[in-house]
Design a protein. Structure first.
Lengths: 103, 250
């Protein structure tokens, strides 16, 4: 979900309005952290599942189920190519950091 | 004694009457005749109307056309700088100017293009803090030790050629900066909106594509639709801020 906020309205200069936007934005996203994946094929590459279904690598990674104890039902919240194009970024909630840094 | 000529009795000498010219013509004619006889003996055709090779080269000099380039400088993360912004501005623009004698540092703001451009090193060196802000738009208002921000130049070289040159490349490497070309060279990009609830890690090309391919993205009165660009930035509140994706347009 994305909500466009025009910045040329006078209301955007009101401190109360800006505070409300920041509060809603941070509450919706939570504390986001990201890990980098390098060397993986292009995210649009199709992978064939055991049942012969074809899915993109991006969708496959986003669908990986989360282990017990995590705040979300999927392992990664977002799987995106980085804007520089070098790596793939996978995001998760910072509160679940321990699960990702386990050896 | 040679009689003096005056305006009243001018001596009209024709060059054909000059003995030395006539003698030379006779010699050339003889040589030509000898050459023609030789060629005839060898069985070669003689062209009665010889064609003279035009050795005159195209006299029009190569005119280099200047192009307008907008770009931004980005200071690498985790790189310290104790050099004031004004000093960085002078050294960077001098490095650019040394490459291209036709280079002009133009005002960044498109509404201030009637102001004079910085066209030589003297003008660059005499620039003060206030004047610099006409030709350089920093990312932040109180930016004292960084040259991260926007530039607008006119050059006969492309941005790639400018970046590849030794002096600019060296400046960028030593001072730890990168150059990125602006999506629009005609006007500066300004923030027009923000995308609330957008992750800062989002691949920005995807939402940009979704916006520009949407059926409602049509501008019948314009020749071309406006260029938009998505950037990551801080949405500032009174006491705190948050990372957000901003929509910038011409």
């Amino acid at each position: 979900m994305l909500l466009y906020i025009p910045l040329n309205d006078n209301i955007t200069y009101e401190p109360g309005y800006r505070q409300k936007v920041i509060f809603n934005h941070d509450n919706y996203l939570g504390n986001e952290a990201a890990l980098c994946i390098q060397g993986l094929a292009d995210l649009n590459t199709n992978a064939v599942l055991k049942n012969s279904t074809q899915v993109s690598l991006q969708l496959l990674l986003r669908s990986l189920p989360a282990p017990k104890g995590m705040q979300t039902s999927q392992l990664f919240r977002l799987v995106e190519q980085s804007n520089s194009g070098n790596v793939i970024l996978a995001t998760y909630y910072e509160e679940d950091q321990e699960i990702y840094i386990q050896p | 004694m040679t009689p003096l000529t005056t305006a009243s009795n001018p001596v009209k000498l024709k060059w054909t009457a000059d003995a030395s010219v006539a003698k030379l013509s006779e010699t050339i004619l003889k040589d030509l005749q000898v050459d023609a006889d030789k060629m005839q003996e060898e069985g070669e055709d003689i062209d009665d109307n010889p064609k003279y090779q035009n050795n005159i080269q195209d006299p029009s000099p190569e005119v280099k056309v200047n192009q307008l380039i907008r770009f931004n400088l980005i200071h690498h993360r985790n790189s310290d700088s104790s050099i004031p912004t004004l000093k960085l501005f002078k050294s960077f623009t001098s490095a650019l100017r040394s490459l291209d004698q036709f280079l002009l540092i133009l005002p960044v703001n498109s509404t201030k293009q009637n102001l004079p451009a910085l066209s030589n090193v003297t003008q660059i060196n005499s620039t003060d803090q206030n004047r610099m802000l006409t030709y350089f738009k920093p990312y932040f208002n109180k930016q004292q030790y960084s040259l991260s921000g926007y530039f607008h130049v006119s050059s006969s070289l492309s941005l790639q050629e400018l970046m590849a040159s030794s002096s600019v490349y060296e400046w960028l490497e030593i001072k730890r900066y990168a150059i990125k070309q602006s999506p629009s060279n005609s006007e500066e990009m300004v923030q027009i909106g923000a995308l609330c609830f957008s992750s800062e890690y989002i691949y920005r090309e995807d939402p940009k594509m979704a916006i520009t391919k949407h059926p409602s993205w049509s501008f019948p009165t314009l020749l071309e639709p406006p260029i938009i660009h998505l950037t990551k930035g801080d949405f500032q509140g009174l006491e705190n801020s948050t990372k957000m994706i901003f929509v910038c347009s011409e």
